[in-house]
Design a protein around this ligand. Structure first.
Ligand SMILES: Nc1ncnc2c1ncn2[C@@H]1O[C@H](COP(=O)(O)OP(=O)(O)O)[C@@H](O)[C@H]1O
Ligand SMILES: [Mg+2]
Length: 181
């Protein structure tokens, strides 16, 4: 498994707690690298649970460290930090219809796992292909995603209102940044 190499010559992405790199010769896979092993294991635990239900991108490894591929004659001496290989997901458009889909995902996750996906903002969900159809899944499976602390907009009067009825204005766009239960 550790024969796979991180391709750091092209795109990469990052959030507050992880870095995402493509895998050399596997265009539809990414390596998610975390600050430390504990963070990687935490995210992996929730990811595995959701991936089994096809509510997160597929998993292609356990928690591992990977070597970097050589790029223009240069290769870092050290391997990556801890992380895992998963399916690449693609961003969604910020539309009212996407909001409905996020709300639906939030409800399915809660019904099937009991987890509340509080941090369900645009960049924590993504599209994967299933039988030629785009499917919305949770991509940020860090512990914080399922903690009410991530509900930055809790107490807002919109709580309890279905996302489907939230208008796509600047003010209301931030209100989608938490799950509505
Ligand atoms: N499976 C994935 N495929 C493609 N891009 C991803 C994937 N997972 C995460 N990303 C990108 O990396 C960013 C940060 O990852 P995320 O899981 O949200 O971690 P965090 O926000 O905790 O650092 C995401 O917002 C997204 O742009
Ligand atoms: Mg995130």
């Amino acid at each position: 498994m550790n024969n796979y190499l991180i391709d750091y010559s092209g795109w990469s992405d990052e959030g507050g707690s992880c870095q995402v790199y493509p895998i050399k010769d596997h265009k539809s896979w990414v390596f998610k690298e975390f600050r430390n092993k504990r963070k990687a294991q935490e995210s992996y635990k929730y990811h595995k649970l959701l991936a089994k239900l096809d509510l997160a991108p597929k998993l292609y490894s356990k928690v591992i460290r990977l070597e970097f591929a050589e790029d223009e004659g240069f290769k870092p001496d050290e391997p990556s930090d801890w992380g895992y290989i998963t399916e690449r997901a693609y961003p969604i458009k910020h539309t009212d219809n996407s909001m409905k889909k996020i709300q639906s995902l939030v409800e399915i996750i809660q019904n099937k796992t009991g987890l509340k996906f509080w941090d369900c903002h645009w960049f924590n969900v993504g599209l994967v292909l299933r039988e030629d159809k785009k499917k919305l899944v949770c991509i940020d499976t860090g512990k914080e995603s399922f903690s009410e602390i991530s509900n930055a907009w809790g107490g807002c009067p919109n709580l309890g209102q279905n996302v489907a009825t939230v208008k796509n204005t600047n003010v209301d766009v931030v209100r989608i940044n938490y799950a509505i239960y």
